[in-house]
Every structure is written in structure tokens, then in C-alpha cells.
Design a protein around this ligand. Structure first.
Ligand code: C5P
Length: 239
């Protein structure tokens, strides 16, 4: 498949057209942003690590019966994906309190959420991705209730699969964000799953191994991502 024009440049990924209207090429860049793009830095190897991490996770989810946009890793930084019509919401599942939930409700970081909780945010940088709910998403025409129900069920299913996988690696999957789109009338998982969009802690020490290392200036950001990758079985060496 031929890589054509740049369609969209996001904060960490660029999206290119291909010569097939049903497919796009995503390029994972080393750019890392926080606080809604206020802070941007280049972190060596991050694009490559996230591309491999994402490919591994998407394949595991697919094996678990969750349809994803992932087709094929094309190079260190590039992946071929199905072209989805994206639904402009972020689906977040939290197993433990952290981040914006701690700030909003004054909870103790790390407090277990039993059962895990689900939140919906409107994907809009200008507005700072505000929290929304199903009712609003339906009223504003972003998705039908049936689509939202399916996205929520799929997000919990992803949580079941990945929580177990991370636990087996001695890790806690604290929370994560997913984005979905529509491909030929089906709800399909899009975007990426990488340590840029989830929180992962060491089970014993509670050491943070995700993008909070960047947000909180803890250092060794990509090293944290690589440690998670290695502990869940992602191969980072060139074959
Ligand atoms: O910031 P907050 O605590 O709401 O984030 C919940 C989860 O969603 C975290 O894992 C965070 O990395 C992810 N997230 C994201 N992109 C956003 C907002 C949150 O990947 N725009």
C-alpha cells in the first residue's frame, strides 16, 4: 500500500492517506505532550517503543475477540490501520484512583475502585477534553445509545484482558483511555494503546512506569515504557 498525503498531525502521531480509501498509515513520533499540548518534548525511541507496544496489545485484543483497526506494522514507526469514522469521545476505565479523578474528588491516589469505573470525555483540545455523559453524547449526535453501550462493554472487556496480562507481569493497570470509531457499521477500537494513554505501576513498589513519569518530571520516561513492554512480553529487539 502506498503512503500518500498527511491527513492530520496529532500530538504524538501523524496520520497519512493511502492509495486505498479504507486504510490509513499512522506514524508514531517521539513527540510527547502533556497538559493539553502546553509541554512538548522529543523522547528518543518513544515512537518505536509505542508502535511495537501498540501492535502487541492490538493483536492480543484481537485474539480475545475485540475488533481493532490494526492491520500490520509497516516499519519501526509506521502501522497500517483501517480508516474509521471516529466517535469524538474518550472512554476511560479506572481500576484505582489517579490523575483527574483524584483531583476532582480528593481521593487517595491508589484507592481501589471496586468495581472498576467508567468515564466519558469529549475529545476537544480547545476545551481541555471535558467530562461528558451518554445522554449528552446522544443529544449532540456523536453516537447512538447502542454504540455507546457497545463502547462501554468493549472497554470493560479490554480491561479484563489487559488487567490480567499486566498482573501476570507484576504490574497494576491503574487506568487507561480508548477511542473507538465506525468501520462499515461496526464499532471498532481505534487510536493506540501504549503507556502514553494508560497508567501502569509496579505491583510491589507502586513505581510509575507510564506517561506520569513525563507529566510529573520523574525522568526515565521511555525506560519506564520499555520496562512495561519487557514485563508483558513485547519484543523490542530488532528481529
Ligand atoms: O487525566 P485522567 O486521570 O482523566 O486520565 C485517565 C487515563 O486516560 C490516563 O491513563 C491517561 O493517560 C489517559 N488519557 C489519555 N488522553 C487524554 C486524557 C487521558 O490518554 N486526553
Amino acid at each position: 500500500m502506498q503512503k500518500l498525503d498527511l491527513l492530520y498531525k496529532g500530538k504524538a502521531k501523524s496520520v497519512f492517506e493511502t492509495d486505498n480509501p479504507d486504510y490509513l498509515i499512522l506514524e508514531f513520533r517521539d513527540d510527547t505532550s502533556a497538559f493539553n499540548g502546553e509541554r512538548i518534548e522529543q523522547l528518543a525511541r518513544k515512537g518505536k517503543v509505542n508502535n511495537r507496544f501498540n501492535a502487541f496489545i492490538m493483536q492480543k485484543l484481537s485474539e480475545a475477540g475485540i475488533e481493532t483497526h490494526f492491520e500490520q506494522q509497516l516499519s519501526d514507526e509506521e502501522v497500517l490501520v483501517k480508516r474509521l469514522t471516529m466517535i469524538p469521545v474518550e472512554c476511560v476505565v479506572r481500576n484505582y484512583a489517579a490523575g483527574s479523578l483524584v483531583r476532582r474528588l480528593g481521593l487517595q491516589e491508589g484507592q481501589a475502585l471496586t468495581p472498576p469505573t467508567f468515564e466519558l470525555f469529549y475529545k476537544d483540545d480547545g476545551l481541555g477534553d471535558p467530562m461528558v455523559n451518554d445522554s449528552l453524547a446522544v443529544s449532540l449526535g456523536w453516537a447512538t445509545q447502542a454504540q455507546l453501550d457497545e463502547m462501554k462493554a468493549l472497554t470493560f472487556k479490554v480491561n479484563d484482558v489487559l488487567s490480567k496480562m499486566f498482573d501476570d507481569g507484576g504490574l497494576m493497570l491503574v487506568d487507561f483511555k480508548l477511542e473507538f470509531g465506525v468501520f462499515k457499521d461496526r464499532i471498532v477500537l481505534g487510536d493506540e494503546f501504549s503507556p502514553d494513554g494508560c497508567r501502569v505501576w509496579d505491583k510491589q513498589t507502586k513505581k510509575k512506569l507510564d506517561k506520569d513519569r513525563f507529566r510529573q518530571s520523574l525522568g526515565d520516561v521511555v525506560e519506564g515504557y520499555e520496562e512495561v513492554a519487557q514485563r508483558i512480553g513485547v519484543s523490542l529487539v530488532d528481529e
